[in-house]
Design a protein around this ligand. Structure first.
Ligand SMILES: NC(=O)c1ccc[n+]([C@@H]2O[C@H](COP(=O)([O-])OP(=O)(O)OC[C@H]3O[C@@H](n4cnc5c(N)ncnc54)[C@H](OP(=O)(O)O)[C@@H]3O)[C@@H](O)[C@H]2O)c1
Length: 310
């Protein structure tokens, strides 16, 4: 069969198109494009079915596992696909590892090393127990996230644009330094022992609940990340769609009850805002996928992220 690959401006990527076997898959076409261009490896390519000019419809993205024939009209032996370069890609694991490694290294630097002398504090620094436990709590949190990235999550997308590494690292590393600076500050005033014990205890329970939510999400997919999106069930997922985000937000609230810094609360507000946006999109997607029509199950009534408000 003959496949014509055009760019979004309508220019042919290869003059005369590409000749492929009739049983060729989208992945075969992607390999052929890579072989010819030597630059656009498969995860960098986005191939779509052309849409009518001026149409408001979203273009259909070709699934690499499907046969090219599935996208041909009737018995036609020709196909035109639109190519888009997604730019350099990194694996999701690399992305998550980079963004979490920063806070895991930056925070203890403020706790263990005499950094405050560079900020004009010359005196002896007294470390309060709450600062010590905050450092352990923080490191445990990011260590857990790195472990989950490698051993728990089953991502559906193999890669993410390289530019996300810089954006996400800027977010996590800057907030890590901002919070670490204030919690470990020589002039830091600790809360009562009862309060920090309640804060860390509650936060730790939420971290364990968050871990269990990630195990439940993992079990919705096969080990190669296949299986698409399913209705998450069990534990807190029976009442809230994004229980993993709910527990993530609450564990940061626990950390803040214990450490009480403006920097920490600013982070909770920003992180909760980001996760709320994502949760709304995930909730919408599940409701659309499971609409109760044509034999599909109906998505149950649930809160999105923060019961009883949303
Ligand atoms: N502090 C912060 O600012 C912040 C922000 C975001 C996340 N986090 C933390 O990082 C964790 C991971 O974040 P994330 O955004 O990657 O979480 P996520 O998308 O909700 O889920 C984690 C994994 O489960 C999969 N998954 C989610 N819903 C599914 C469903 N209905 N059916 C099948 N698989 C499903 C996801 O697949 P896909 O690969 O298809 O997405 C992903 O591999 C969060 O749970 C949270 O603890 C923190």
């Amino acid at each position: 069969m003959k496949v014509t690959v055009v760019t979004r401006s309508g220019r042919e990527l290869f003059k005369g198109g590409v000749e492929l076997n009739d049983s060729a898959t989208v992945a075969d076409l992607q390999e052929e494009i890579y072989k010819r261009t030597k630059k656009f490896y498969p995860s960098r390519q986005r191939l779509t079915v052309p849409i009518q000019p001026g149409s408001k419809e979203r273009p259909i993205v070709l699934n690499s596992k499907k046969s090219l024939k599935d996208y041909c009209d009737g018995n036609s032996n020709t196909l035109t696909v639109v190519f888009k370069d997604l730019g350099p890609q990194v694996s999701y694991r690399t992305l998550f590892f980079c963004e979490y490694l920063g806070p895991l290294i930056i925070y203890p630097i403020f706790y263990y090393f005499p950094v405050y002398k560079f900020f004009a504090y010359k005196g002896e620094r007294v470390k309060h127990p709450v600062q010590t436990y905050a450092c352990y709590y923080w490191c445990f949190h990011y260590f857990k996230r790195i472990m989950e990235t490698f051993f728990v999550h089953r991502f559906s997308h193999a890669t993410s644009p390289l530019s996300n590494v810089f954006r996400n690292c800027a977010y996590y590393w800057t907030f890590g330094a901002y919070i670490a600076y204030y919690v470990n500050h020589p002039l830091y005033t600790p809360v009562s022992e009862l309060q920090w014990k309640i804060g860390f205890g509650f936060g730790l329970l939420c971290q364990l609940a968050n871990f269990y939510c990630h195990i439940l999400l993992k079990n919705l997919r096969s080990s190669d990340g296949g299986g698409g999106y399913q209705i998450p069930r069990g534990f807190l997922f029976n009442i809230v769609t994004c229980a993993n985000y709910t527990t993530e937000i609450y564990q940061w609230i626990g950390f803040n009850i214990a450490t009480q810094t403006v920097a920490g609360y600013v982070f909770v507000v920003v992180a909760a805002g980001i996760m709320t946006n994502w949760a709304l999109a995930k909730h919408r997607r599940l409701k659309k996928l499971f609409d109760g029509k044509d034999g599909r199950p109906k998505y149950p009534r649930r809160w999105v992220i923060l019961p009883p408000f949303l």
